[in-house]
Design a protein around this ligand. Structure first.
Ligand code: GDP
Length: 299
């Protein structure tokens, strides 16, 4: 991922050999390369701008010490800022899920259709079951009976409990009925999968906001497909405005060769990326590691 960034940086480190310190002009040259590499990686322009501005500010104030060349020093700044933008500064707790003191903890899954919401709901159920939590899932997707059946299937595969719903029910009623059931049966966690559309849609946003208002989830997770690159910025903006998101799950990271989505979504939401989906299989979920992601970006 972002292989070009490493190559571009290596090139600039070479050309900066012989320079004694980071200056406005040699820094600008290197930042041009970083900017191009990020744009090639399909990072949205506003996120690129923010990143470049931060690196510039840090780099010009940076002492170039010891055996480091200015080029190497700048690479160090890029690396550190990349990790920070990915969420490294938020601390390791950022990727953890919150649990209500009074169970069940409710997790609301939000995102467009096809991003992997239902699969990820199954993956999360598995992950939480492995932490000895009693998990109930429910689908509030009343438009696609196939989506309800799909959630039932993945839930059963991981051995969690499934609350059935039908296309005749209203999403808010489904969520409240599942919550009631979860309370009565002492579930620790209720995961609510919601309807996605192929594109941002006002009715969809109102519907999920109504579900949110009715059950007041402790976690509202925005699920986004890493393959969409900078398009993620618009979807993230819309969901972030409609819902008080608590975190992000980046899916299909196994297929992503560029990585623009991670930076763009962080830029827009400021919320931690909590998990990454790394395969179609139900064990393909990993805690998101900002530093590792930044290293992977730099190669
Ligand atoms: P939904 O419409 O958002 O509920 O999406 P689905 O859960 O139905 O997933 C859509 C497609 O993406 C399915 O073919 C999934 O197997 C696939 N998928 C989901 N997560 C991942 C992932 O992390 N990696 C890969 N490679 N495929 C995924």
């Amino acid at each position: 991922m972002l292989d070009n960034l490493t190559q571009r940086l290596a090139k600039v480190v070479k050309t900066m050999r012989g320079e004694a310190r980071l200056t406005e002009s040699n820094t600008a040259e290197m930042l041009r390369e970083v900017r191009l590499a990020l744009l090639e990686a399909d990072v949205a322009l506003p996120a690129v701008r923010e990143f470049i501005a931060k690196v510039k500010e840090k780099a010009l104030g940076e002492e170039v010490i010891g055996s480091l060349s200015p080029g190497q020093a700048l690479v160090g700044v890029v690396q550190k800022e990349l990790a920070a933008l990915m969420g490294a500064d938020l601390g390791p707790e950022a990727s953890q899920l919150s649990f209500a003191q009074q169970p069940p903890a409710i997790i609301l899954m939000a995102g467009l259709q096809g991003v992997g919401k239902t699969t990820t709901t199954g993956k999360l159920a598995k992950y939480l079951k492995e932490q000895k939590k009693k998990v109930l899932t429910v689908s509030a997707d009343v438009y696609r009976p196939a989506a309800i059946a799909q959630l039932e299937s993945v839930t059963k595969q991981v051995g969690a409990d499934f609350f059935p719903s039908t296309a005749n029910d209203k999403p808010v009623d489904i969520a409240l009925a599942a919550l009631d059931w979860a309370k009565k049966h002492y579930h620790d966690v209720l995961i609510i999968d919601t309807a996605g559309r192929l594109a941002i849609d006002e009715a969809m946003m109102q519907e999920i906001a109504a579900v949110h208002a009715a059950v007041k989830p402790i976690e509202t997770l925005f699920v986004v497909d890493a393959m969409v690159g900078q398009d993620a910025i618009n979807t993230a903006k819309a969901f972030n405005e409609a819902l008080p998101l608590t975190g992000v799950i980046l899916t299909k990271l196994d297929g992503d060769s560029r990585g623009g989505a991670a930076l763009s979504v962080r830029h827009v939401t400021g919320k931690p990326i909590k998990f990454a989906g790394v395969s179609e299989k139900l064990d393909g979920l990993e805690a998101f590691d900002p530093a590792r992601m930044a290293n992977r970006v730099l190669g």
